[in-house]
Design a protein around this ligand. Structure first.
Ligand SMILES: Nc1ncnc2c1ncn2[C@@H]1O[C@H](COP(=O)(O)OP(=O)(O)OP(=O)(O)O)[C@@H](O)[C@H]1O
Length: 267
């Protein structure tokens, strides 16, 4: 099936994309389970793209292939024109469970990526402090993960990814382990960070509402083997009150449209 781009809103012209990540012909099977088949995708620089689709359609697999954590059977991924063969400093992965070290303080956890790269202590702690404040955790530098709520641990994971100054942040359902309130707050933080930090975010989610709320572009995958079914670019003004956005006509129409696209897979 050819991918179609749908824009909800006044913009009707589709501009050429300045893509930072190019995925070409990616296929992947685990034994006889075919997870992905022939994925071609461009991820625009400085934008947030969500991967959305039925359970088991290969979203996490695609994210991990982009991260260089697992190999594809066929196809290539290039970041800034350079073929991905392993994890690299220009990409940071935020795991579902945030993968924090329980025996280390917040600041050590956040600075860990820099520690691995050999950045000296004073410098890496300065950088870590900056991003700890950026995610709203100033004054929690010396706490341990067990002293934090799920939402706060999630922020530590994000601060760590921001600290290594990767251009591309890969987030695997970062909201799945937190309550609704923290989820909303973190969604707003992500919208703000995307604007302030000029990072490219690639985001796996199960939630249509969440995808429409935070994404510049939504890639809808078909059931396994995952193929691109549709690409949707919600045209939503996110500068205002979040409650207003949730009642915005374009927002509601886009949610509805995606739901109608996905419904046929779950009925
Ligand atoms: N290491 C593995 N070994 C065997 N099968 C796997 C492995 N990892 C994933 N799979 C299978 O590959 C398919 C795609 O998995 P993946 O986790 O990428 O999908 P997903 O869309 O992220 O799923 P979900 O929405 O449920 O999180 C699934 O059927 C899954 O069971």
């Amino acid at each position: 099936m050819r991918a179609s781009v749908v824009r909800n809103g006044p913009t009707s012209v589709i501009e050429p994309i300045d893509s930072i990540v190019k995925v070409r012909g990616i296929s992947k099977a685990y034994g006889n389970v075919e997870a992905l088949r022939g994925i071609d995708l461009d991820f625009p620089r400085g934008k947030l793209t969500s991967l959305l689709g039925p359970s088991g359609c290969g979203k996490t697999t695609l994210l991990k292939i982009i991260a260089g954590l697992i190999d594809a059977d066929a196809g290539t991924v290039a970041v800034e024109g350079k073929t991905v063969t392993r994890p690299g400093p220009e990409r940071a992965f935020v795991f579902q469970d945030f993968a924090l070290m329980p025996w280390a303080t917040v600041i050590r956890n956040v600075a860990f990526g820099l520690e691995l790269r050999g950045t000296r202590k004073a410098e890496r702690e300065d950088i870590a402090r900056h991003y700890i404040a950026e995610v709203g955790l100033a004054s929690f530098e010396d706490k341990y993960p067990h002293e934090l709520s799920g939402g706060m641990r999630q922020r530590v994971g994000l601060a760590r990814a921001l600290s290594v100054k990767a251009d591309v942040l890969l987030l695997d359902e970062p909201f799945s382990a937190v309550d609704e309130q923290n989820r909303r707050k973190f969604q707003e933080d992500l919208i703000r960070l995307r604007t302030n930090q000029n990072k490219t975010f690639i985001f796996v989610t199960h939630s249509i509402e969440e995808a429409v709320y935070i994404s510049d572009r939504i890639v809808l995958l078909s059931p396994r083997p995952g193929r691109i079914s549709q690409i949707i670019e919600p045209d939503i003004d996110r500068s205002g009150d979040p409650e207003r956005i949730h009642r915005d006509k374009h927002y509601l129409d886009t949610v509805d449209e995606i739901w109608r696209g996905l419904k046929r897979y779950v009925e």
